[in-house]
Design a protein around this ligand. Structure first.
Ligand SMILES: [Mn+2]
Length: 274
C-alpha cells in the first residue's frame, strides 16, 4: 500500500512547512498533495511557494491564492495587493493564478476528491456545526470538479481545524493546517489545549493509489508536529508585523472568532456550551 501526505494552509510559515516536509521525508512518503493557502500572513510566502512547487505532485488553489493574484486582472489597488507586490514575485503570482480548483483519484476503491474549501465556492467550507444536508453538499460535483460523480471521500482544508466525519457512508476530512493551526471552537471557559492546536498538522492517507477495487484497506492518520514558533516569528523583519497572525501562532486563537461565534449563534448553536 502507498501513503500520500496531504498538506494545506501553510500561510507563508516556513518553519512549520520545513518541519512537515522533514517528517514526510523521514516516513519515506513520496507523494505530497497540497490543498492551497500556501501564501499570506507569513513573511515567507515566496519561499513556501518554491518548496511546494519542488515537493508537491498536486497543488490546489486556495482562497488566498485566488484573492492575491487579482492584481494581475485588475489595477484596483488594495491592501492585499500591496502585500502581494511586497512578498511575491511576478513568477509567484503567475504560478498561483494558474492552479487548479480540484483534483480527484481512486484509492482502494473509493473516489477521493480534493479541493480547498467547497465544490462550489473557494472560500466557504463546511464545519462541525453544519447540518447533514450542508455537509452532504461537499460530496456533490460542480463545474469546478473533474468528474460529475458523487465523491466517496472529500478531503479539504480552509478551516485550519482537523475533522473526520462519516455520513451516508461517505467520509469528510479536513486536513488541519500546517502553518496556522487554530481551534475555531475554543472559548475562554473550556479552552482546549493550546499546545495541540498550534502544532503543524497534516494528513496521511494509505491505500492502493489508483485502484477502483474495494479489496484493499484505506487508512487515515492525522499528524501533529511541534515546530519552532519563536524561530518563525523571530525571522520576521521590522517592516512586517501581523499581530493577529502572531496571536494565532502563539495562542491558536482564530482572529475572526467573534464573527464566527455570531454566525453560529444565528444558526442556533450555543458556542459557550460546546
Ligand atoms: Mn487558510
Amino acid at each position: 500500500m502507498e501513503q500520500i501526505a496531504i498538506i494545506s494552509d501553510i500561510h507563508g510559515n516556513l518553519e512549520a512547512l520545513n518541519t512537515v516536509l522533514k517528517d514526510i521525508r523521514k516516513r519515506g512518503i513520496k507523494r505530497i498533495f497540497c490543498l492551497g493557502d500556501i501564501i499570506f500572513k507569513g513573511i515567507h510566502s515566496s519561499e513556501c511557494i518554491r518548496l511546494i512547487r519542488d515537493n508537491c505532485e498536486v497543488i490546489i488553489k486556495g482562497n488566498c491564492e485566488d484573492y492575491f493574484n487579482k492584481d494581475i486582472l485588475s489595477s484596483n489597488p488594495s491592501d492585499r495587493t500591496k502585500w502581494n507586490n511586497k512578498f511575491l514575485s511576478k513568477e509567484d503570482k503567475e504560478f498561483i493564478s494558474n492552479l487548479s480548483y480540484s483534483y480527484e483519484f481512486y484509492m482502494s476503491g473509493s473516489l477521493i476528491r480534493l479541493f480547498h474549501a467547497n465544490p462550489f465556492l473557494i472560500a466557504k467550507a463546511t464545519s462541525t456545526f453544519d447540518t447533514l444536508e450542508r455537509k452532504y453538499e461537499m460530496f456533490l460535483h460542480s463545474e469546478n470538479t473533474i468528474s460529475d460523480k458523487i465523491a466517496d471521500i472529500v478531503i479539504f482544508g480552509h478551516n485550519h481545524t482537523p475533522l473526520l466525519d462519516k455520513l451516508y457512508n461517505r467520509i469528510l476530512i479536513n486536513t488541519g493546517s500546517v502553518g496556522d493551526s487554530t481551534d475555531i471552537i475554543r472559548n475562554d471557559k473550556k479552552d482546549g489545549n493550546v499546545k495541540l492546536t498550534t502544532k503543524a498538522t497534516y494528513l496521511i492517507i494509505e491505500g492502493e493509489y489508483g485502484s477502483m477495487e474495494y479489496k484493499d484497506a484505506l487508512n487515515f492518520q492525522f499528524v501533529n508536529l511541534v515546530y519552532d514558533i519563536d524561530k518563525e516569528i523571530a525571522s520576521w523583519n521590522d517592516d512586517f508585523e501581523f499581530l493577529e497572525y502572531k496571536n494565532e501562532l502563539y495562542n491558536g486563537k482564530y482572529r475572526d472568532m467573534e464573527k464566527i461565534k455570531k454566525q453560529l449563534k444565528e444558526r442556533g448553536v450555543d458556542v459557550d456550551t460546546i
